[in-house]
Design a binder for this molecule. Sequence first.
Ligand code: FAD
Ligand code: SF4
Ligand code: SF4
Length: 479
Amino acid sequence: MSSKMLQFVKTEKQMPEKRTAAERAKDFDEIYADFSKAKAEEQASRCSQCGVPFCQVNCPLHNNIPDWLMLTAENRMQEAYEVSAATNNMPEICGRICPQDRLCEGNCVIEKGFESVTIGAVEKHITETAFENGWVKPAAPAIEREQSVGVIGAGPAGMAAADMLRRRGYQVTIYDRYDRAGGLLIYGIPGFKLEKDIVERRARLLADGGITFKLNCNIGTDISFAEIREQHDAVLIATGVYKARDIDLPGAELDGVVPALSYLTASNRKSLGDEVAEFDNGMLDAKGKNIVVIGGGDTAMDCVRTAIRQEANSVTCLYRRNKANMPGSQREVANAEEEGVDFQWLSAPQEFTGSDKVEAVLAQRIHLGQPDETGRQVPQIIEDSTYELKADLVIKALGFDPEDLPTMFNEPALRVSKWGTVAIDWKSMMTDLPGVFAAGDIVRGASLVVWGVRDGRDAAERIDAYIQAELRGETKAAG
Ligand code: FAD
Ligand code: SF4
Ligand code: SF4
């Protein structure tokens, strides 16, 4: 093993520098700096090169983490980039926004009593170094194939699949109903976690490699799903999940009670320089307002932190369980706390009040009771515990479900699960429709970017196998 490694005994874990809460509240820029070259080398050298690397096992992409850590520690950055890019189509994005505490870093078994290696930050550093040095190149397939694939959805799953298919020489078109590529990377996730030019740079790279983007193109409205199937040898559905879970409480229909994604999209569009009527008229702008966000996941954390940056008067997060049971990344909760968000743990909304628009939230205190069959303690309302929170804008961040795809696509034979996600055969990744595959959130339900990339890569491999089998005349049965 390289003598540079195993430095965890004398070198402490360090994250890249984080801007102070006061400073970062002034803009939507990322809060973490990039590692310097020396720091990346130092931190990578803490890895103990485990025989069975649990970091790698628990990365959905099974990234070859020990190898690229060693190459970074030895300042062999181009090789580190090649190893990293071999398993990940957007390492600079995953390095920034994967919940590493639950995935690679959370499973780093460096040695009892020592903190994990900062894997995500090194992954980001490797690819940023590669971009700076011109090592990141658009796809240049060795052969061009006549066959084409239509990808519906330009999120991480669609982009990863398109990238892999293009590298194999297929003609690839990505269709997206939005005016920009990236899916939730561009309009969901705020700039303080992932700056927009990082997403645009990736999309540009795909276009430079010969992938055609048809934006502002809603499949099912602008072009029928049947037409897409006719135009291409195979189709990938990677449309994500967008139906916001609602809240059925008195006053929920009042003006000023809004879904999280409308709020975040408006803010992201403003950062990108767009005119946004609902923001410009003040409706979706938190400035000077009392904001209450309902929910405890990543989306809720993104909303509270966006409201802080929009100079809200107060920002409160209501969550019905306690901090230890928050579904969101603990790192993001800590960042929100530092930035001044008031967390009301063990609290649930009871009613929204106001005359023509929302003015307050009546909330009740919760006690966590016995665990249910899933092992999670059941929230129970404490009687006579109602209290009032002033609210000019209430943001509902309760999760997302799939839209009704068979209806949207006018394709009743597209089988969906009881949750509305598209049903696939996991081995072939094909839906019940021959030649139609699916990947990402639309299959898993709301998940993570890294799982979208994984699914996109797997789907590309299966689509390639399917098209090649078709060409050989080995027609495969669907599903
Ligand atoms: P999406 O990213 O949703 O992309 C789907 C695309 O399909 C969209 O561009 C949409 O416009 C397009 N589309 C849909 N229907 C049609 C149609 N009929 N015709 C044409 N185009 C269509 N994950 C993390 O790992 N880390 C995080 O920090 C994180 N933060 C998040 C914050 C928020 C606010 C949200 C909402 C999610 C977050 N996630 C995070 C989850 C992550 O963004 C998703 O899991 C991931 O983007 C899913 O990728 P996808 O490609 O399946 O779908
Ligand atoms: Fe960790 Fe995500 Fe990178 Fe995998 S892709 S190594 S889980 S940061
Ligand atoms: Fe290195 Fe930690 Fe992975 Fe072991 S688990 S190989 S110490 S990063």
